[in-house]
Design a protein around this ligand. Structure first.
Ligand SMILES: O=C(O)c1cccc(C(=O)CC[C@H]2O[C@@H](n3cnc4c(=O)[nH]cnc43)[C@H](O)[C@@H]2O)c1
Length: 204
C-alpha cells in the first residue's frame, strides 16, 4: 500500500492494490492509523476502472455506487448461489450516503446504480448474464469496492465508490479494454467531485 498525503486539505490517496482483500487491508490500516492519531477520516472513496454492463454503462462512462455489493461472497449449491446473508451471517451490500451519491452523480454525470465486487474479472457472456440476473440494478463490476466498504463500516466511516468503465462486462476481449480513456474520465470526474466532497456534511 502507498499513501500519498496532501498537506493542505486533509485528503489522502491510497494506492490500495487489486482485489477486495488487499483493498480492505490497505483501507483498514489507514483508518486505524488515523483513528490512533485522533484525526479520523469522515469518508472513504473507492475509485478506479471497472467493467460496465451494457447498454447502461458504456466504455468511458462513469458509475457511482448507490449499493456496493459482494457478488461472490456466499456458497454455491445445486440450486444456485446463496449469499452469506442467506446462510445466516455477514453482509453483502453497503450503501453510500444517498445525498452524497445524488450530488456526486449530478456533478460528474456518473450514473447511479449497484457496483459489484468480485475476485475474478468476468470473462464469459454466461457469467455476465448470471450476474445481471442476480443483480438487476448492477451497472458495473470491479474488484475492490466491497473490501473498502467493509473496512469503512468497521470504523463507522461513510463510503463512496466511483468507477470509470474501461471495458464491457462479458466475453474476455483484452483488445477492447480502454484503460487510458477510463483513467482520463476518472480524472475529469474527480475534478468535478472534489467540490462535492469538500461541502459534504458527514452527518447527513
Ligand atoms: O486480463 C488482462 O489482460 C488484464 C489486463 C489489465 C488489467 C486487468 C485487470 O484485471 C485489472 C483489474 C483492475 O481493474 C478493475 N477492473 C477493470 N475492469 C474490470 C472488470 O471488468 N471486472 C472486474 N474488475 C475490473 C478492478 O477493480 C481491478 O482494480 C486484466
Amino acid at each position: 500500500m502507498t499513501l500519498h498525503r496532501t498537506a493542505d486539505d486533509g485528503w489522502d490517496l491510497i494506492a490500495a492494490g487489486v482485489g477486495p482483500a488487499l483493498a480492505a487491508a490497505s483501507t483498514a490500516a489507514a483508518l486505524t492509523a488515523a483513528a490512533l492519531d485522533r484525526v479520523p477520516y469522515d469518508l472513504v472513496v473507492s475509485a478506479g476502472i471497472g467493467g460496465g454492463f451494457a447498454p447502461e454503462a458504456p466504455v468511458g462512462s462513469l458509475v457511482v455506487a448507490d449499493a456496493i455489493t459482494a457478488a461472490d461472497l456466499g456458497a454455491e449449491t445445486a440450486d444456485g448461489f446463496l449469499p452469506v446473508t442467506e446462510l445466516g451471517f455477514g453482509t453483502v451490500t453497503h450503501h453510500p450516503p444517498a445525498g452524497l451519491v445524488a450530488e456526486a452523480a449530478a456533478a460528474t454525470g456518473a450514473r447511479p446504480g449497484t457496483v459489484l465486487t468480485g475476485s475474478t474479472v468476468t470473462g464469459t457472456a454466461a457469467r455476465a448474464g448470471l450476474l445481471r440476473a442476480r443483480h438487476p440494478r448492477a451497472l458495473a463490476e470491479a474488484m475492490e469496492g466491497f473490501g473498502v466498504a467493509e473496512a469503512a463500516a468497521a470504523h463507522q466511516v461513510a463510503v463512496l465508490e466511483l468507477r470509470a468503465v474501461s471495458n464491457p462486462v462479458g466475453p474476455r476481449d483484452r483488445a477492447a479494454w480502454r484503460i487510458e480513456d477510463a483513467l482520463a474520465a476518472l480524472t475529469t470526474g474527480f475534478g468535478k467531485l472534489a467540490p462535492v466532497l469538500r461541502s459534504w456534511n458527514p452527518h447527513e
